[in-house]
Ligand binder design. Structure first.
Ligand SMILES: [Zn+2]
Length: 388
């Protein structure tokens, strides 16, 4: 018998195994996992300020029995075969090359996202999987730099653990692999805010895609025009995301926190800033604490500007770790980290946390928003609050 009763440990778990860097498409490819490594490095330097973070740095490779819960046997065999080749072959029509060891690299990221679900349920606390968020992979094919769909497998794991789950995706790109993967499932509420498919890959995710069978009405798409920014993100979060969560009452929420919606991203044209991201993260954390026993899983996602990825995801770790405002935007970044950034990102390091100058004028107005909400209401056959 222990001398003392177990004390609940509600610290946030941050998952970063340096072997996530093995997920590497090679020089010249826009997807660079090293930017997440820079986020982990920065969070390690600043996390003592909040003291609320527990690190998990050893993540095994997900086994076949795990991958087969989402992916088709033939596809897993295709990836395994390509993984053992020295020559480069494509896993899709031209975005996602195989590379030596790609099976293990992708499957380790899957296990990291499943570990985040386990940490959130075990500790009734948030978990951040910095390496995750590969939301484009489909059951039977790679797509958009994503080989295995770690977030889909985390959704599956959450359903097994707690019965049902809400998946919220704020990546600039529509999370098609997750949405279609669970399109007929009633135990997955999927809400996706993204740049509209007429102007950005993968082209899906319009408001009339609302799910089928048991999933009818549980797939919610909010496509934004290029140029939309924090006002759109924050307002729609309040008008649509929170009311849907309150109705659905999920025991666990997964947030795919892609950073390619940030102003200045080279692949997308949205205008979010770190202030907008932090505002909705605080809201979601507060919701999860009040309604989900603290079970909030956050993953990374897309993001093609090294400073945006590193600073935004480090800030996510700080907010989840108990520092709700994050570091002051005017605060200087640690010198040793800046030196490392210059080498690893091969570009000049930012000097401080601020990103205010990166956003240009936002193409969003109350009329544009109301038009989108009207279309969503008629697709879903329900109403949302008129104003915040
Ligand atoms: Zn993306």
């Amino acid at each position: 018998m222990p001398d003392h009763p177990a004390v609940a440990d509600h610290r946030t778990t941050v998952i970063w195994d340096p072997r996530f860097l093995d997920y590497n498409f090679g020089p010249g490819h826009p997807f660079v996992m090293e930017y997440r490594g820079l986020a982990a490095h920065l969070l390690r330097e600043i996390a003592p300020i909040s003291g609320g973070v527990r690190w998990q740095t050893e993540v095994p490779v997900a086994d076949h029995g795990t991958l087969i819960r989402f992916h088709r046997e033939e596809y897993i065999q295709l990836v395994e075969g390509a993984s053992n080749l020295e020559r480069r072959v494509w896993l899709d029509s031209g975005d996602t090359p195989a590379f030596p060891g790609c099976h293990d690299a992708a499957a380790r990221i899957v296990q990291g996202s499943i570990a985040a679900v386990h940490a959130a349920t075990e500790h009734s606390a948030p978990a951040l999987q910095l390496g995750g968020g590969l939301h484009h992979a489909h059951r039977d094919r790679a797509s958009g730099f994503c080989i295995y769909n770690d977030v889909a497998l985390a959704v599956d794991e959450a359903c097994r653990k707690v019965g049902k789950v809400a998946y919220v995706d704020i990546d600039a790109h529509h999370g098609d692999g997750v949405m279609y993967g669970f399109y007929a499932r009633g135990d997955v509420l999927d809400i996706d805010i993204h740049q509209d498919g007429s102007s950005l890959f993968p082209g899906t995710g319009d408001v009339d895609e609302t799910g089928v069978e048991d999933g009818a009405g549980l797939k919610v798409n909010l496509p934004l025009p290029a140029g939309a920014g924090d006002r759109a993100l924050v307002s729609l979060f309040h008008r649509v995301v929170l009311p849907m969560l309150r109705e659905y009452r999920p025991p666990l929420v997964i947030l795919q926190h892609g950073v390619d919606g940030h102003a200045g991203d080279p692949l997308a044209q949205l205008q979010y800033t770190r202030a907008g991201y932090a505002e909705i993260l605080r809201e979601l954390l507060s919701y999860a604490r009040s309604n989900c026993a603290g079970r909030l899983v956050v993953t990374g996602g897309g993001g093609y500007d090294p400073a945006n990825v590193a600073l935004t995801l480090a800030r996510v770790g700080e907010v989840l770790g108990g520092n709700p405002d994050g570091p002051p935007l005017g605060a200087a970044l640690p010198a040793e980290w800046r030196d490392s950034f210059a080498v690893r990102a091969k570009s000049e390091a930012p000097r401080h946390w601020s990103d205010e100058t990166r956003a240009t004028s936002e193409t969003w107005s109350p009329a544009v928003e109301q038009s989108l909400v009207d279309r969503l209401e008629s697709s879903l056959g329900r109403r949302f609050p008129r104003v915040r």
